[in-house]
Design a protein around this ligand. Structure first.
Ligand code: HEM
Length: 157
């Protein structure tokens, strides 16, 4: 009798587990349920503008380069005001005023890194010198790497 009951309970639990969408079943394990954020969307836009800039650079189209570098300056200035999900994860703070002192300190570090990227794009928007552009593009890569290592959530772990 007890065995039967246990079996029934097990089947019900299994059925419940499989009826839930996978994302919901594992949602809170690594906070990977945070998918769409304003910063994430801004990042996607930065990626496509950088690609467009590179295309202009490859075809020596100065007007295209100027346009996309200008857009990258604006986008990184905007990104500087947005709080990364990794910082606001514990209390889902949306405004700087809602951050704890520890979170605020991390946000300041994030802003410094983003501000350096913004300055790199300003420099990029002011030059057509090939060697200088290549150095600046190398800097962009570095900022992306360090910025992501420090502030982007790693959902793969
Ligand atoms: C040109 C340079 C960069 C490119 C192309 C880039 C690109 C991206 C992309 C494609 C994503 C994923 C967006 C999504 O799927 O939702 C992302 C996320 C993210 N990036 Fe960047 N990134 C750059 C620089 C940086 C820098 C310098 C930082 C930090 C100072 C940074 C911080 C982040 C953070 C925190 C996220 C996660 C979004 C969130 O927390 O809401 N990125 N980035």
């Amino acid at each position: 009798m007890t065995l039967k009951k246990n079996k029934l309970a097990f089947s019900l639990l299994t059925a419940l587990f499989f009826s839930l969408p996978i994302s919901q079943t594992f949602a809170h394990e690594h906070h990977c349920d945070i998918k769409e954020t304003e910063l994430g969307n801004t990042m996607k836009y930065i990626k496509s503008e950088l690609r467009a800039y590179n295309k202009g650079f490859d075809s020596e189209d100065k007007a295209e380069m100027k346009e996309h570098a200008g857009e990258l300056v604006k986008l990184t200035a905007k990104a500087e005001t947005l709080i990364p999900a990794s910082i606001a994860i514990t209390n889902h703070a949306e405004k700087v005023e809602d951050l704890t002192a520890e979170q605020k300190a991390k946000f300041v570090q994030y802003q410094e890194e983003m501000s350096e990227l913004n300055e790199t794009f300003i420099a990029l928007s002011e030059t057509t010198d090939e060697t200088e552009i290549e150095t600046l593009l190398g800097k962009v890569k570095e900022h992306t790497k360090t910025g992501h290592q420090q502030f982007r959530l790693d959902c793969k772990k």
